[in-house]
Design a protein around this ligand. Structure first.
Ligand code: SF4
Ligand code: SF4
Length: 58
């Protein structure tokens, strides 16, 4: 059960933030995730145009 972001790849487009169904993501200096809200659905992984997020579902 992991959610990993490569902040060197991320171009801060906000796409993952928009697609997250539980509002677990927030764009600050980097994308930050609220672990309690994240359901590991993988939508942010699919939405990222530069493949910066990797979600391994439980
Ligand atoms: S895995 Fe799903 S719930 Fe978790 S941050 Fe990504 S889009 Fe949101
Ligand atoms: S969708 Fe990808 S590039 Fe865009 S803010 Fe999220 S992690 Fe960064």
């Amino acid at each position: 059960m992991t959610w990993i972001i490569n902040i060197n790849k991320c171009m801060r487009c906000g796409g993952c933030v928009s697609v997250c169904p539980t509002a677990a993501l927030e764009l600050r200096d980097n994308v930050i995730r609220d672990e309690k809200l994240c359901k590991l659905c993988g939508l942010c992984d699919q939405a990222c145009p530069v493949d910066a997020i990797k979600v391994n579902k439980p």
